[in-house]
Design a protein around this ligand. Structure first.
Ligand SMILES: Cc1ncc(COP(=O)(O)O)c(C=O)c1O
Length: 408
């Protein structure tokens, strides 16, 4: 069979801008000259001899031996993600929760203490609240809006990490990552940031002092609602090794080669998609704010947002997520959601389609009402993942649904 000997491109991706990086970082030269790298749909890799196998098994970080640990399709994705998040290393997992638990269990041991921001994804909340005690790990939590006063007193001698999510799901509360990192580092603790809502296009937490960035690739990075994936990115080589040869290899939450391929394909258009999500969401948030039937709108880039200055400092755009309360609480919210024709009632986010859900009735039902309320999740709150449709069509859909609650 015809094969090419193509020289590796002399490209230093570090000097490239975001949109160029997302296209070119991690792209290998294929032996047959294929522009798009093939999917390495294999569970194992062969060796020339037993001696070679022993040498290869010596370090899984640098070789391909078994796809639960490393696979070329997985590796292209990891290189791309590390490049756009300004990290040296990345480990891809089978889902966002795979990445979150992979990172946390790589970092924490029995007898450790961790501090979590109150407003965060319900799955993370459940792991922290219900699972850590089984392993002898203690936790505390603080409110992002009271970071200045509430974080510092929580540190103990055994505090290993501070876990942040910004903007938070579903309340859209931001955490000042730079400030939190300074406080945590002064106590010798690491800072982990779930950057799923912001995306690497809007925020790069490692540049703000964070030590570890986590993504659900299921959302904006995949971008088309057709995969589940997660990733952990860091400049700490030892930590990356602990994730890869520890939680990935032993817990087995591995991203499939085809999924990694789809995530790479999604990644190539991340910048242009998120730029449009930012524009569409701002227009829709402004409409919602102007409508008398809406009680409150939470969107980082609205001037009325109490965290607007922080949003401008830490984000390039406000992102594609909005949450709002319809006047009339749970029932009014349900009427709006059930009357929408274009927007789809579904959990998840970051897709081309606009998705809506009611957190208290759907994604956050497992969280007790008092904990939900303490985290700012009201019963009537609607979370909207603004898609890539024309925003005027979404606004028209919202108007007709709001008319069902009370015509203007
Ligand atoms: C902020 C955030 N982090 C993590 C996750 C978990 O991701 P996955 O569903 O890919 O496991 C989600 C899911 O909605 C999320 O919203």
């Amino acid at each position: 069979m015809k094969a090419f000997k193509l020289k590796e491109p002399e490209l230093n991706v570090d000097n490239l801008k975001f949109n160029t990086k997302q296209v070119h970082a991690g792209e290998p030269r294929d032996q047959y000259g294929a522009l798009i790298p093939p999917i390495y749909q294999t569970s194992t890799f062969y060796f020339d001899s037993t001696d070679a196998a022993v040498a290869e098994f010596g370090d899984f970080m640098d070789s391909f031996a078994y796809s639960r640990i490393t696979n070329p399709s997985q590796e292209y994705l990891e290189e791309k993600l590390a490049a756009i998040e300004h990290g040296r290393g990345c480990v891809a997992y089978a889902s966002g929760m795979g990445a979150i638990t992979g990172a946390l269990f790589a970092a924490l041991r029995q007898g450790d203490h961790a501090i979590f921001v109150k407003a965060k994804y319900s799955g993370t909340e459940e792991v922290a609240e219900d699972w850590f005690s089984r392993f002898g790990i203690e936790i505390d939590s603080f409110s992002a809006e009271r970071l200045d006063t509430d974080l510092e007193p929580l540190f103990r001698k055994n505090t290993k990490l501070v876990y942040l999510e910004s903007p938070a799901n579903p309340t859209m509360v931001l955490v000042d990552i730079e400030k939190a990192a300074k406080i945590a580092h002064s106590h010798g603790a690491k800072v982990f940031v779930d950057n799923t809502f912001a995306t690497p296009y809007n925020t790069n937490p490692l540049d703000l002092g964070a030590d570890v960035v986590i993504h659900s690739l299921t959302k904006y990075i995949g971008g088309h609602g057709d995969i589940l994936g997660g990733a952990v990115i860091s400049n700490d080589d030892d930590f990356i090794r602990e994730c890869k040869l520890g939680t990935l290899m032993h817990f087995g939450s591995v991203i499939a080669p085809f999924t990694a391929f789809l995530a790479c394909r999604g990644l190539k258009t991340l910048g242009i998609r998120v730029k449009q999500h930012n524009e569409n969401a701002l227009k829709i948030a402004r409409f919602l704010e102007s409508d008398p039937r809406i009680e409150i709108v939470r969107y980082p880039f609205l001037e009325s947002n109490p965290q607007y200055e922080l949003a401008k400092k830490q984000m390039k755009g406000g992102g594609g997520m909005i949450s709002f309360d319809v006047a009339g609480g749970l029932e009014a919210g349900k009427t709006v959601i059930n009357s929408l024709k274009l927007c789809t009632l579904a959990v998840s986010l970051g897709d081309t389609e606009t998705l809506v859900e009611q957190a208290a009735a759907m994604t956050h039902t497992m969280i007790p009402k008092e904990t939900r309320e303490a985290a700012g999740i009201t019963d009537g709150m609607i979370r909207m993942s603004v898609g890539l449709e024309d925003p005027d069509d979404i606004i028209a859909d919202l108007k007709q649904a709001l008319d069902k609650v009370r015509p203007l």
